[in-house]
Design a protein around this ligand. Sequence first.
Ligand code: AMP
Ligand code: GLY
Length: 432
Amino acid sequence: MNVLVVGSGGREHALTWALLQSPQVKQVFCAPGNGGTATQARCTNLPIGVSEFEAIAQAVTSHNINLVVVGPEVPLAQGITDVLQSQGIAVFGPSRAGAQLEASKAWAKALMLEAKVPTAASKVFQDAAAAKAYVRAQGAPIVIKADGLAAGKGVTVAATLDAAEAAIDDVFSGTFGEAGNLLVIEECLQGAEASVLALTDGKTVRPLVPAQDHKRIGEGDTGPNTGGMGAYAPAPLVTPALMERIQAEVLDPTLKALQNRGIDYRGILYAGLMITPEGEPKVIEFNCRFGDPETQVVLPLLETPLIDLLLACVEQRLDALPPLAWKPGVSACVVAASGGYPGSYEKGAAIAGIAEAEAQGANVFHAGTQQQGNELKTSGGRVLAVNCVGGDFDRAFAQAYAALEQVQFSEMYYRHDIGYQVRTAASAAPNP
Ligand code: AMP
Ligand code: GLY
């Protein structure tokens, strides 16, 4: 088979890499891909943007592509699945209607309320005065969210009423475009976060191993939010008993509520969860796609061929599949970013040492990289992720950090404390 992966991040490189593990997959095409997918054997980048649906449909015909796998949320929210399916193309990823789960927080909240899915109490606002009166009545801390897609920048966890009011003004000032037409104000949840990515064919939903992301830029979980600076899996915080509750209280009822709305959802249902101090799983948000960098830690543990899972979702036979098989051990991943990210940063720095990192047994998943002639250059904020699978977290992270030390580019930044939750104190001590 030939598969087309839509997107250009580390997630898409990991998807490409995992798909190519199956002899059944002859060739992967990436639209537009990155410097890693450009040099991967049996992979070809196509110069097509993620929102160019007609060009994607033409590529499907001209390259005899059997399945399209959509990485990012933006084309899903724009209806890529609806457009391609109407032309008879098989797509992994929900329709525009299903993608509202991520693209409108107000819509997702209404669905959760209807499905009795545990989540933070919330209220939706269309104007700043009413929103401010509400936060004054509620008190701080409180969470302010732009309704729509805001590239991870639309959420403020406000410690004070002043910060909350400033965030309300920010959303309604047009900073987030249409994403800021509505505002959701939420109760601030306490606890530890975990990411549960689940496969669904619209009838059955099956979780992958739970993962832990590290959203903040700074060590000790400080500073602004990023797309994610590192991850590990399986996250021990999500015990098997808790996963059963997540299945029964979150995943199954959410799928049922989607079905009740007539939505045929085939793709990833990603629950971003807060596990409260009482051990309750509460949904912070849903995403309608694979997580990044969670995908870069989860897929290296997957023993069942990824292509079999994606096809079972698209062909609605997930219930007939045997239980998912996982490799022994644990998976660690550390992201290297351009200095300045998530603020402004330079692009075009030469990257060295990737072959050396790979020679140490690491998977290097590219994100913001671009192949220019024979040279690999930085082209984004998150540049690449180094992943290692090991017998335990101390070993997996030690190996990932040793491999990462082989990689060099100007102003390279990474957190030294990824996985601090699961590493022993000696191993997790920040490197000088
Ligand atoms: P989101 O973009 O919805 O994932 O939110 C970004 C981050 O904001 C989350 O990963 C949490 O760390 C934090 N957050 C969002 N909603 C809440 C909430 N209700 N309570 C506490 N933290 C939250
Ligand atoms: N790692 C967070 C996300 O993919 O949204």
